[in-house]
Write a new protein. Structure first.
Length: 298
């Protein structure tokens, strides 16, 4: 059993960890950060090691696996606050943005579109394979679709450097059986169409005042996370819009919901619990990172 990682060690690892030790760290870095709060009051704060929280997924009724966008580490968080956070290394430091679970495997999304397949081995995480999506861009969100056959990937903005696509958002897919990224998006969203649907139904959403003094929906839709809901709807988290967007399988707006930015000032991660609760995680910085229970838009 390796020595426990202290909270200070995890926070400062990038500044002192020598390259030789990184090879050993690739095998395992396990346990023990401080105890977090619990979700009994609807939200919980996280320790400094998760101030850069970027992705999370439910492992069971009261446990999350989380990644942050600096360290090659999966953090195991007990939502009841009874166990200290465990930190398990899976590889080199990098910009990790999303995490998903399928069977016994964990999948981690890197911002450049790399998908890392991780397997548990006697309490350790082993990196089995790394795959690359057939697109270029900045990638933020990751989940398993409702069929269980694909990983869905959400780019932050346009892909392949195509400026003509700046008002479109694509949802990409990776086939889990074939272990390959699909060459065509599984869904393409037109930002103008979504704005029009929000405006026509007077749904919550960001608005600006035009030169004529009218209020107009003004959606950036640079998503940080997505989730597949039972039944096939998708949730997209758009932090700068302060908005949670629910879409059906055709890409039409089902509902929207504004986020409490005092509670979740920089929302980056989502997880759907087995009991149906939706959790959203916010990065820290000038305050602790936080996870909160949020109602699913209806």
């Amino acid at each position: 059993m390796p020595d426990p990682l202290s909270e200070a060690t995890v926070a400062s690892r990038k500044t002192w960890l020598p390259a030789a030790f990184m090879a050993v760290a690739l095998l395992v870095l396990s346990t023990a950060c401080s105890y977090p709060d619990d979700l009994s009051v609807g939200s919980m704060t996280l320790p400094p090691s998760l101030s850069e929280l970027s992705g999370m997924v439910a492992l069971d009724e009261h446990t999350l696996a989380c990644v942050q966008d600096e360290l090659g580490v999966v953090f195991i968080v007990d939502l009841q606050g009874k166990e200290p956070i465990r930190s398990v290394s899976f590889g080199n430091d990098g910009d990790y943005e999303g995490i998903a679970a399928k069977g016994d495997a964990l999948w981690v999304l890197r911002s450049d579109g790399a998908l890392l397949e991780l397997a548990w081995d006697a309490g350790r995480l082993v990196s089995k394979h790394t795959y690359k999506l057939p697109f270029e861009g900045e990638f933020e969100g990751l989940c398993v679709d409702t069929s269980g056959e694909h990983l869905l990937v959400l780019p932050k903005g346009p892909v392949d450097g195509n400026r003509r696509e700046k008002k479109r958002r694509h949802i990409l897919a990776f086939h889990l059986l074939l272990r390959t990224g699909l060459k065509q998006p599984v869904m393409t969203l037109k930002v103008n169409d979504i704005e029009a649907q929000i405006e026509a139904r007077d749904l919550p959403g960001p608005r600006r005042t035009t030169a004529k003094g009218n209020r107009k929906v003004d959606l950036g839709l640079r998503g940080s996370e997505l989730l597949a809901l039972p039944g096939g709807d998708l949730l997209i988290l758009s932090p700068k819009d302060r908005l949670l967007l629910r879409l059906n399988s055709d890409g039409d707006v089902v509902a929207t919901q504004e986020l409490d930015m005092n509670l979740l000032p920089q929302p980056e991660a989502m997880a759907l619990m087995p009991d149906g609760r939706l959790l959203i995680g916010s990065e820290g910085h000038d305050r602790p990172a936080r996870i909160a229970v949020v109602a699913i838009p209806q």
